[in-house]
Ligand binder design. Structure first.
Ligand code: CAA
Length: 389
């Protein structure tokens, strides 16, 4: 039998993947259930992940990162997410939604000031686009940034911000010219200590409960002009470009969750007996195992391919929206399918908090929603394929 996946991984890729696997199994696995139950943020392990270089894998070493490629990032994130999707989303947001955008669109000074603390693991970053009445239709945001001399004054309400309650720095999108709609959006780098930036209510969530998600309220929040990321009006393009990177991260998170749920189900199918034999002998279980495994490997191919496309785009300045959206769509729906089947194979034990399978099931759902719902991924893919954009 072939040892899947057949990928030409370098020595550095394997070393990073093994380091992430080792850390996840030794340090995160023993606490994952407890932090899921309490909904507390796992500061200690997140800090250690930063010290190990997991928060800025693609960031060049001169800005505190590991200076590796997108495949390396995906390999490490997959190992973390196999053990705990909450740690995984913090890692994904720091790497993709936060560092990636500043690296691509930031000035030299912005990179040094805003990337270095995150990539070196001393601080946490966040990305804030969504508003209470503007989710999928991101271009309709109401939050305003009005120029006042050397400052922009930010006012508005943002929602569903991963790491919102505790992040040190934020990439925030606001309207600078509402009449221009998407072309009137601008991006800002905001220090979490800026007066007028208020952390709103923390969301009680179904899954990824150890990650912290909240609203952000901006009231007369003065941000220096030098903290604008990109040109005025370039914000929507920045938000979308960054979401392509984010979607590769969420595809990876979903892959990790699916792998964990699958492995639990595979083992249980070999141990649990019914009607005088292990339940894996029944075709009803065996066929589920076959479909789960096949879909996971297809997710892996799409996700690694999206990582390779992201690396290629770094060289030629192109887009990889199609690859990112296909990976996110397929991997997230696979995570939900696999987690569902894993609960079913476990029967009552799949419904019990004594095993992690019910956590995988709860954690899988968000991957079909955040960073663009499955419906939005289908919209992106179909528009690109039909030449409508
Ligand atoms: N890269 C670069 N540019 C892009 C782009 C991309 N991926 N996607 C769109 N653009 C550009 C287009 O080329 C176009 O530019 P021009 O006008 O110059 O041609 C411009 O942006 C507008 O594009 P559209 O006309 O396609 O915009 P739209 O209003 O129809 O919206 C959409 C497109 C795909 C629906 C988009 O709004 C979208 O992705 N929505 C989902 C938003 C989302 O994922 N939100 C999640 C937020 S983060 C989160 O979940 C929280 C967290 O903390 C994890």
């Amino acid at each position: 039998m072939t040892d899947l996946p057949i990928y030409p991984l370098s020595r550095e890729h394997k070393m990073l993947r093994d380091a992430a696997r080792d850390f996840a199994e030794k340090e995160i696995a023993p606490i994952a259930a407890q932090f899921d139950e309490s909904g507390e943020f796992p500061y200690k392990t997140i800090k250690k992940m930063g010290e190990l270089g997991f928060m800025g894998i693609e960031v060049p070493e001169e800005y505190g990162g590991a200076g590796m490629d997108a495949l390396a990032y995906v390999l490490a994130l997959e190992e973390i997410c196999k053990v705990d999707a909450s740690h995984g989303v913090v890692m994904s947001v720091n790497n993709s939604l936060y560092c990636h955008g500043i690296l691509k669109f930031g000035s030299e000074e912005q990179k040094r000031k805003f990337i270095t603390p995150i990539a070196s693991g001393q601080a946490i970053g966040a990305y804030s686009l969504t508003e209470p009445q503007s989710g999928s239709d991101a271009g309709t945001m109401r939050g305003r940034a009005v120029r006042d001399g050397d400052f922009y004054v930010l006012d508005g309400r943002k929602s569903w911000v991963t790491s919102g309650p505790l992040a040190d720095y934020f990439v925030v999108f606001m309207m600078t010219d509402p009449e221009k709609k998407q072309k009137g959006v601008s991006a800002f780098l905001v220090d979490g200590k800026t007066p007028g930036l208020i952390r709103g209510k923390k969301e009680p969530k179904l899954g990824i409960r150890a990650s912290a998600t909240s609203e952000l309220i901006f009231e007369n929040c003065r941000v220096p002009v030098e903290n604008r990321l990109g040109a005025e009006g370039e914000g929507f393009k920045i938000a979308m470009t960054v979401l392509d990177a984010g979607r590769v991260g969420i595809a990876t998170q979903a892959l990790g969750i699916a792998e964990a749920a699958y492995e639990a189900a595979r083992q249980y199918a070999g141990q649990r007996e019914a009607f005088g034999q292990a339940i894996g002998h029944f075709q009803g279980t065996g066929f589920k195992i076959a479909d789960m495994k096949t879909r996971i490997e297809a997710s892996r191919l799409l996700t690694y391919n999206a990582a390779l496309a992201k690396d290629q785009a770094k060289q030629n300045g192109g887009r990889y929206s199609l690859e990112a959206s296909m990976a996110k769509l397929f991997s997230s729906e696979t995570a939900m399918y696999v987690a569902h089947q894993a609960v079913q194979i476990h029967g009552g034990m799949g419904y019990s908090k004594e095993l992690p399978v019910e956590r995988y099931f709860r954690d899988a759902k968000i991957t079909e929603i955040y960073e663009g719902t499955s419906e939005i991924q289908r919209l992106v893919i179909s528009r690109l394929e039909l030449g409508l954009r």
